[in-house]
Design a protein around this ligand. Structure first.
Ligand code: ZN
Length: 136
């Protein structure tokens, strides 16, 4: 049996992965200008400050775009699968997978909320489902 590719959880983004384990989305926030950022960086891209803290942000956002993969790039990922680009309310953009919705039902600006999927004892993945109560 092959295992799916897993993210490295030991780099600069370690607090992000640890927070997912706790059911939270945490990103860096600049200590000077307040801008949120992810993936983690040493400097703020806006004001160059090196001061930051990891803060929990609201785990909701909207779908900006998506892509359905039909070609198998990873043996352990069954095609087709869908990758979405989500913009969180705090402004952070990230890539993820949708759950509880077919690719054909995705819409630009569809409100989504975080789902925390435990994959291994160490790794939890951040996925998104349509916000409950959202009507097409
Ligand atoms: Zn800044």
């Amino acid at each position: 049996m092959t295992t799916r590719p897993l993210p490295s959880i030991e780099g600069l983004d370690k607090p992000f992965w640890q927070a997912l384990r706790q059911g939270e989305v945490r990103v860096q926030q600049c200590g000077d200008c307040g801008m949120h950022r992810f993936p983690a960086t040493r400097f703020c891209a806006r004001c160059r400050s090196e001061t930051f803290e990891w803060v929990a942000v609201e785990p909701t956002g909207v779908v900006e775009t998506w892509c359905v993969f039909h070609r198998p790039y990873f043996e352990a990922l069954t095609v087709p699968y869908t990758v979405i680009q989500v913009r969180l309310k705090c402004g952070i953009r990230l890539f993820s997978n949708p759950v509880e919705v077919e690719a054909g039902a995705l819409r630009i600006n569809m409100p989504v909320e975080a789902v925390f999927e435990d994959i291994t004892p160490e790794v939890t993945l951040l996925k998104f489902r349509p916000t409950k109560g959202h009507v097409q």
